[in-house]
Design a protein around this ligand. Structure first.
Ligand code: HEM
Length: 308
């Protein structure tokens, strides 16, 4: 359902560009969105109802996000307002749509780039082996000690930002930017994909080259957290991604774990240089062809056992 939202939200909808035709819903986008909304709402209602029912049972202890939100429904804010079921469902929907596909698709792009560049994968594995060893899995605490991995993730965000046109924003007031008049009510999209591939800013911008972000590289201090406008996969400013820290850490952690724990082979004997790197159309930047790969364990067998 999350991917369906992203695909539909990214459709070039004629009604958005010719407002007089909006009511006709020529491509059926609004109708499809409404049907999808009903399915998503039923799914979220079931989650909230199940949780409420199990919270009511004696002996059941909950200390997760949803039970905290549900228990807050009894507490009024300063103006007497209380959190409604609709607000809780909206928050869950936000987390599902904004927080899952973005991180997973970026990780998929990172692994695809590592497979296409075996020498970079080998260097990532070498770095993690030196810090973590081969007797255990990577933990979150290891991440700050893996500068090369972090450069790989920055380079992945540069070439494959998961929301290539960021999110549409509407100008609250008329303003002027770089000599362009922007009337109040204009929908604005920032092409973060193109900015991060600008040849005036980046040397050989289409090359996957993590060294750019390391000391001695062209942008050793550039970060992806919204302060360096040449690479802003999470947006920037007041409406920057609300889940940036979580998203960034998830992508670093998942990529580090997958690269450390396994060697990878492409399915059906495909050669790395033949891997299709085309992009699909949508609000988020999916791969046109999902990545099909076979893992080969490379750690001591006890390292894979789940810890309690
Ligand atoms: C790789 C991971 C992610 C990327 C690349 C990403 C990217 C973005 C971008 C580009 C925006 C628009 C910012 C702007 O307009 O300037 C955004 C907004 C947002 N993101 Fe993320 N995101 C990621 C993960 C997450 C996660 C994990 C969550 C929550 C759990 C999240 C929640 C949100 C929310 C709520 C907004 C809207 C913020 C607002 O309108 O004030 N995102 N994200």
């Amino acid at each position: 359902m999350v991917v369906e939202v992203m695909v539909l939200a990214g459709v070039f909808n004629i009604g958005d560009f010719v407002p007089a035709l909006e009511w006709l819903d020529l491509q059926g986008v609004a109708a499809k969105m409404k049907r999808l909304h009903k399915r998503f709402d039923a799914f979220l209602t079931a989650i909230v109802e199940e949780h409420k029912a199990s919270m009511g049972k004696a002996g059941n202890k909950h200390n997760d996000l949803l039970s905290t939100l549900i228990s807050l429904q009894d507490v009024a804010d300063e103006e007497g307002g209380k959190l409604t079921d609709t607000e809780i469902k909206a928050l869950l929907l936000n987390m599902f749509t904004a927080g899952t596909d973005t991180s997973s698709s970026t990780t998929e792009w990172a692994i695809a780039e590592l497979i296409r560049h075996p020498e970079i994968l080998a260097r990532v594995q070498e770095e993690i082996d030196a810090v973590v060893g081969r007797d255990r899995l990577v933990t979150e605490l290891d991440l700050p000690h893996l500068p090369y991995l972090q450069a790989v993730i920055k380079e992945t965000f540069r070439l494959h930002p998961s929301t290539p046109l960021s999110l549409p924003r509407i100008a609250a007031e008329s303003c002027e930017i770089n000599g362009y008049h922007v009337p109040k009510g204009t929908t604005l999209l920032v092409n973060v994909w193109a900015i991060a591939r600008d040849p005036n800013t980046w040397a050989e911008p289409l090359e996957f080259r993590p060294e750019r972000f390391l000391p001695g590289g062209e942008k050793p201090n550039a970060d992806v957290r919204g302060n360096d406008f040449e690479v802003i996969p999470f947006g920037a400013g007041r409406r920057i991604c609300a889940g940036m820290s979580l998203g960034l850490r998830m992508v670093q952690f998942m990529t580090a774990t997958l690269a450390h724990a396994f060697d990878w082979e492409l399915a059906r004997g495909l050669l790395p240089e033949k891997l299709n790197m085309d992009e699909a159309y949508g609000l988020t930047l999916q791969r046109a062809e999902p990545l099909l790969i076979h893992p080969k364990p490379r750690l001591a067998s006890h390292a894979y056992r789940a810890s309690s």
